[in-house]
Design a protein around this ligand. Structure first.
Ligand code: NAP
Ligand code: GDD
Length: 363
């Protein structure tokens, strides 16, 4: 067990991504020794975690990074056995739904087989690790009921979603067959200023910032009618942690219970800076998917009742937080905009736990 009785040890795959960076902050705040898996890249890919990383030569560093890849079994097995983590959070994935239509095989390898490789490594552990699988509301696809809960059947609509269903069922399988403390979080869309730029929320907030900075004239989007349940990523990683602290392993929906369309997202974002989106947004067929998920709406009652988890940040506040950060990144002053001026930077300047207790980063 890592540092034995001193603290718990966690291993995070996908630590360089949006969720991985928030989760690493949260666990470090809680006193964990955190180990993260990063992929070798020809350019730096650690910008989301640079602020919590210290030179390994310094004593007492809480975060250690290891090269690895979910497509490489031997590396994964060796890391698990060397680190002997108490908790493993499997967040690594080719996570873009549209890209999965172009790269189905790699998506399945990293998402489906990646989860299985980790589960196999943990099955043979001679300690008692806990495993969290980053499941997705995309698994509900062509939804069978509204809202979706833990018992709603899956109907995946993309290679990404099919791979996530495999990983979900394998997690259940290892729990039931091998007694592993293995859990699925079924997380609905969650966003933040750290969201990748090709997901629709960030594409829109960055797009508005680019337009105001004079760097773009138009924003090109696909289907504006899709409906999503959008929450705030910093709060969702808290749910992941709570899932692994419960006395029995289980599967949980994590969602806000509110649904908005992409059209509404665009309308609100442009509206926050006094613009009419219809003057700027153009349709581009390239962003339309072969099969679409028309609507997602989650019921997180189980997470609330068993874990005490509840979302705090509403849709408009989330969009404002992201937009304010993007405006600043593009050198646009937020002072003229009443809803944006008071929002502080998305950096853990006061520690993520105190930020979580306030609901949003807005001051
Ligand atoms: P993200 O920002 O796209 O991050 C994905 C992470 O996975 C990155 O660290 C990436 O590394 C890593 N990765 C990709 N391929 C890998 C491989 N073959 N081996 C090891 N690592 C690999 O995703 P996110 O939004 O943080 O989401 C985290 C997890 O939750 C993902 O599994 C995603 O599918 C799932 N999820 C997300 C949402 C959401 O709305 N955000 C909702 C439900 C489920 P690089 O930085 O090197 O690319
Ligand atoms: N990305 C993108 N780009 N999406 C667009 C665009 C565009 O230009 N125009 C419209 N959309 C629509 C998509 O068709 C989809 O219906 C919706 O906006 C949301 O797209 P994304 O932001 O790419 O997210 P997603 O819902 O497909 O997937 C995200 O959430 C899942 C959880 O439900 C990802 O984070 C997945 O990894 C995650 O599992």
């Amino acid at each position: 067990m890592g540092r034995g009785s001193v603290t718990k040890t966690a291993l995070i795959t996908g630590i360089t991504g949006q969720d991985g960076s928030y989760l690493a902050e949260l666990l470090i705040c809680k006193g964990y020794e955190v180990h993260g898996v990063i992929r070798r890249s020809s350019s730096f890919n650690t910008s989301r975690i640079d602020h919590i990383y210290h030179d390994p030569h310094e004593s007492g560093a809480a975060l250690t990074l290891h090269y690895g890849d979910l497509t490489d079994s031997s590396g994964i097995i060796s890391l698990v056995n060397r680190i002997r983590p108490d908790e493993v959070y499997n967040l690594g994935a080719q996570s873009h739904v549209a890209v999965s239509f172009d790269m189905p095989e790699y998506t399945a390898d990293s998402v489906a087989m990646g989860a299985l490789r980790l589960l196999e490594a943990l099955r043979h552990a001679d300690w008692e690790p806990r495993f969290y699988q980053a499941g997705s509301s995309e698994m509900y696809g062509m939804v069978r009921e509204v809202p979706q809960r833990e018992t709603t059947p899956f109907y995946p609509r993309s290679p990404y979603a099919v791979a996530k269903v495999f990983a979900h069922q394998m997690t259940v399988q290892y729990r039931e067959a091998h007694g592993l403390f293995a859990c699925n979080g079924i997380l609905f869309n969650h966003e933040s200023p750290r969201r990748g730029g090709t997901f629709v929320t960030r594409k829109v907030t960055r797009g508005v910032a680019q337009i105001l900075a004079g760097k773009a004239e138009k924003l090109y989007l696909g289907n504006l009618e899709a409906l999503r349940d959008w929450g705030y990523a910093a709060e969702y990683v808290d749910a992941m942690w709570r899932i692994l602290q419960h006395h029995t392993p289980g599967d949980y929906v994590v969602a806000t219970g509110e649904m908005h369309s992409v059209r509404e997202l665009v309308d609100v974002t442009f509206g926050l800076v006094g613009l009419d989106f219809q003057d700027y947004v153009e349709f581009d067929e390239r962003y339309v998917r072969p099969t679409e998920v028309d609507q997602l709406l989650g019921d997180a009652t189980k997470a609330r009742d068993l874990l005490g988890w509840e979302p705090r940040t509403g849709f408009r506040d989330l969009v404002a937080l992201m937009l304010a950060n993007d405006l600043r990144d593009f050198g646009v002053c937020t002072d003229p905009y009443d809803d944006l001026a008071g929002i502080v930077s998305d950096r853990p300047i006061r520690g993520i736990e105190s930020l979580l207790s306030q609901g949003t980063f807005a001051s």
